[in-house]
Design a protein around this ligand. Sequence first.
Ligand SMILES: [Zn+2]
Ligand SMILES: [Zn+2]
Length: 256
Amino acid sequence: MIYELVPNELHDEFKAFHHDLEKITLQHAEACPFCKNTKFYIIRSKPINTYRCKNCHKYFTISTNTPFNRLMPYNWLEIIFNNRINKMSYPEIANKLEISIAKVIRRDRAIISYLQTHYPSLYQWYTHQKQAKLMPTLAEQYNTIKARVTTLLNEQNPTCIHCGANETTKVGSRTCYRCKRCRHSFNLLSNTSLNRIPKPELWLPFIDLLVSGANNLQIGQTLNLHHDTVRKWRSAWYHMMKDWQCEALAIWCKNK
Ligand SMILES: [Zn+2]
Ligand SMILES: [Zn+2]
């Protein structure tokens, strides 16, 4: 049934990728990922099979050196992949598997990264990229934005905006902190257009979709967001990208 949703010219790659996922799920190891030697023995089977190569003596599992490393249980990968093709949103899939949205997104990103390396046509289609390749300026700004957002979301002890101390601690899941020295609270995003944009776990996927050229409808379906929300977020990111000196990318993402 899922085949009908995939364009004919992609069936070979699709089949091959399914076969790869099957091998991972069944933990069917064929060779050492480090030296490609085919002689190895099993060290333990819990929680997953761990092998040791008879040639280079390194330990490995079925997912060592792949984007799927440590993403157990492996059968979720195929469920997520198939449901994304069925146009289920991340929150819907999370609900179905009874796991967090972050876990679904992490696995989908691993799938996308694997496809990008091994199955380029399927990758293009799966990420509905219209543009085969971004122009160098845009690609550079895209990386800048992703790096800034990642840094921002993982900030541990930012400098206090009131007294300049570094003894600060995170409050809640967003970008709010409290200073242990002057006891004031602050938000790294106050006075920016992201101030009132919730769900930071969806920011990076949202930016990926913007840059890929997805329209508001596609973004809304993928992230399960109302179209008014998508419009609001698109505008917030437009201003944020401009503030961060990524004007070309801001314009690229402005309207579709
Ligand atoms: Zn080896
Ligand atoms: Zn302070």
